[in-house]
Write a protein that binds this ligand. Structure first.
Ligand code: ADP
Ligand code: MG
Length: 710
């Protein structure tokens, strides 16, 4: 059946009509035949199996049993009665129970006659019972031709209220198969079908809706998942290739004096091999005539900043300006101070622009940006404002990508240099996105297919793994004693409180209560304490932060504002209060604030006794491992990809059948086949690939999928 026919509005399908069409549209997003065809069942009721009563498990879902009723009685209960039947086979007995329709059942059920019953079995008080079973005489059952695996389609309350039950949906899908004769165009090439032993499209679609047996269902699922992921990867890879061809970038062909001088005379340490490798990858991009769009992943403390700085030097060496954008003022400040210090004596100019920079101070910054005197601008979102104009921005770096949306990324794009006066606008700057949220590679591949990925997978030498423990609130006195001991050794301590938007007022109260109790237990002048939270004025925050950085205070009480990037190597203890309320990646980020110096560092996760099983998993994972990627995998399993990437991106991958986490192996193979295909036949013109080319064009034309990719 060709694609055009499948674009027929659903209202024309026999059995639908205007009312149902509207409900199908609003509830399930079904507009045309194709959408109904792609409404894959959530699960199946398996009627291929017959259970013996003796085999029943307490956790059994729906089961089908052959046996007979030997006894029927009415039982009085608080309100009304129930009808109870004793149902037996040669291995045991269960109770069948009815609350409704008792009279009819009593009159029609035959005793001591073989029946096939089907329903959900409950385990209660040492015996099994099945309320309101479906029943059929065995003699009838054997005669009838039946679909053994019944599809269960997604449902909503409104759907069932409007009479579009699961049965009705199944009927409509059946009707669709009648009208199309169940013939659908193949969408994968013979080569792929052969190599992966995939079943044909028509067979897959039939068996996903009406599986003949478990084996065919599995084959249908595999084929359709592969197809979905294959076309997703094909699109991403094609986009990436196109990107490289089309988007011209500034060619940084010089490795000039600045870079070389810095490398030889100013670099405070030997780069790790991973840092060197990543710099090489970046240099290759910058000299390729195409725009760089690179994601740099590296666990907290892996040393991304120095890579950023050296990339910036390459830009300046080639006569361009650079900017570095961070998600918080504290972090922007810290970058500014750190980078200024690194570049002292090199002649490079660097300024800070954040929301709290005064108007009078902004004016010279704007001027120097426009006349090119200023080499580097570091800041927050303020850098993105329209009035910030560069003379020739050649490189934009975004730190901690997960706080940034796609829109902001694209804003930077358009800050490119206008000086070469090209038709159609300016050349975009090279873009480097840095993140400490270790997105599992396969997921990154799928979501950021348009970005190339570099990974710093090695920590600078000499770091001792952070010791992490979980303590209950009742152990607080011991924890405080531990803090005292560490402070006596000259260390500094973070105490972090959760701050969740929904319960902000309460959270602030917790923070202030906590602060007061710490002030009480750690009295001045022996102890100095800083506090930083989101409701403070930026100047005050900076002042407090500064005192901690300089070592004037020993304890920093804070909300998660310190989560990102802050670097105080002498701080060696991280106490996380109400740790059960933090997500895994957040806990890992917070822990990354310590362990930056040569001393043994500690992370103490404080919780109450009341813990959900998910919270327990998070805490256990933190105690067991320091590896950000391992943690990210667990996080992904607990929360799913949407949550990990934040609300902006969630729903980005509304796949119909594949699951990016569970179907990871299929994803990898889909990506491999898509790569091979495009390598071998980039514009899909070989005859054997026409089938793929057509379907791909159709997907784009009808926007059936992937219009969600930015
Ligand atoms: P992140 O990747 O979390 O941004 P940073 O760039 O802040 O990490 O680096 C963390 C700390 O490690 C900094 O104090 C930095 O000076 C130090 N560092 C970075 N690279 C190295 C290296 N190759 N050898 C020793 N220390 C390093
Ligand atoms: Mg950083």
């Amino acid at each position: 059946m060709n694609a055009g026919f499948l674009q027929t509005p659903i209202v024309y399908l026999k059995g639908v009509g205007p009312n149902r069409a509207e409900t199908l549209q609003s509830e399930l997003g079904i507009h045309v035949y194709q959408d109904l065809l792609n409404l894959f069942p959530n699960r199946y009721i398996d009627k291929t199996q017959y259970y013996k009563i003796g085999q029943l498990q307490k956790s059994n879902a729906e089961v089908q049993i052959v046996g007979k009723i030997i006894h029927l009685k009415t039982v009085e209960q608080k309100r009304g009665t129930r009808l109870v039947a004793k149902f037996v086979d040669d291995t045991g007995e269960i109770e069948l129970v009815w609350f409704r329709g008792q009279k009819w059942i009593r009159e029609n059920l035959k005793l001591n006659t073989p029946y096939v019953i089907f329903g959900k079995c409950n385990w209660f008080n040492g015996s099994f019972s099945m309320p309101h079973p479906e029943m059929e005489l065995l003699s009838e059952h054997e005669k009838s031709l039946r679909i053994h695996m019944q599809p269960v389609y997604p449902s909503t309350e409104k759907l069932s209220n409007k009479g579009i039950t699961n049965r009705v949906l199944g009927k409509l899908v059946q009707q669709l198969f009648v009208e199309t004769k169940g013939k659908f165009s193949e969408t994968l090439s013979d080569k792929i079908l052969y190599e992966l032993k995939l079943i044909p499209k028509s067979e897959a679609l039939f068996n996903i809706h009406f599986p003949k047996n478990q084996e065919l269902l599995a084959k249908a699922q595999f084929r359709l998942k592969f197809e979905e992921l294959f076309y997703l990867q094909l699109q991403l890879i094609a986009k990436n290739m196109l990107h490289k061809q089309k988007i011209k970038g500034f060619n940084f062909d010089q490795v000039g004096t600045l870079f070389n001088d810095f490398y030889a005379n100013h670099l405070p340490f030997e780069l790790t091999d991973a840092q060197k490798r990543v710099l090489k990858e970046i240099r290759a991009d910058l000299g390729s005539n195409a725009q760089m769009n690179r994601l740099l992943q590296g666990d907290v403390g892996s040393g991304k900043t120095i890579v950023a700085v050296m990339t910036i030097l390459l830009a300046i060496d080639n006569g361009f300006q650079a900017c570095l954008v961070a998600p918080t003022e504290i972090l922007a400040n810290q970058h500014y101070n750190g980078i200024k210090e690194l570049l002292a004596g090199t002649g490079v100019t660097c300024e800070l622009l954040t929301g709290s920079v005064k108007k009078t101070a902004r004016k010279p910054i704007h001027e120097q940006l426009e006349n090119g005197e200023l080499h580097i601008l570091i800041g927050t979102h303020a850098v993105l404002e329209d009035k910030v104009i560069f003379k020739n921005l050649g490189l934009a770096i975004i730190d901690e990508q997960h706080r940034f949306g796609v829109a902001q990324r694209s804003k930077l794009w358009h800050k490119g240099s206008p000086r070469n006066g090209e038709v159609g606008g300016a050349t975009p700057p090279h873009i480097l996105v840095m993140t400490a949220t270790p997105i599992p590679r396969t997921l990154a591949m799928s979501l950021y297919g348009d970005l190339d990925i570099s990974v710093i997978d090695e920590l600078p030498p000499g770091r001792k793994p952070i010791k992490t423990v979980h303590r209950y609130d009742s152990n607080r006195l011991k924890v405080f004693q531990f803090i005292r001991d560490e402070i006596r050794k000259g260390r500094q301590v973070y105490v972090v409180y959760p701050l969740i938007q929904e319960s902000e007022a309460l959270d602030y109260k917790d923070l202030m209560d906590g602060y007061e109790s710490i002030v009480r237990d750690f009295p001045q002048p022996e102890y100095q304490i800083s506090i930083v939270h989101g409701q403070m004025k930026p100047e005050d925050k900076d002042y407090e932060m500064e005192r901690f950085v300089k070592g004037e205070t020993q304890i920093m009480v804070a909300t998660t504002v310190i989560e990102v990037g802050v670097n105080v190597p002498n701080a060696s203890v991280m106490i996380i209060e109400s740790a059960e309320r933090f997500g895994l990646s957040q806990l890992h980020q917070l822990r990354g604030r310590v362990g930056r110096g040569a001393d043994q560092s500690f992370c103490i996760l404080m919780t109450s006794y009341k813990l959900s099983s998910e919270a327990k998993t998070r805490l256990e994972t933190m105690v067991q491992t320091n590896d950000g990627f391992e943690i990210a995998e667990v996080d992904l399993k607990l929360r799913g990809p949407g949550d990990i990437l934040g609300t902006q991106q969630s729903g980005m991958l509304n796949l119909k059948i594949a699951d990016i986490v569970k179907d990871n192996t299929i994803l990898k193979s889909a990506r491999y086949f898509a790569m091979q295909l495009l390598k071998d036949d980039p514009s899909l013109e070989k005859p054997e690939n026409l089938v793929i080319r057509h379907f791909y064009a159709e997907l784009v034309r009808f926007k059936n999928i992937w219009n969600y990719i930015s």
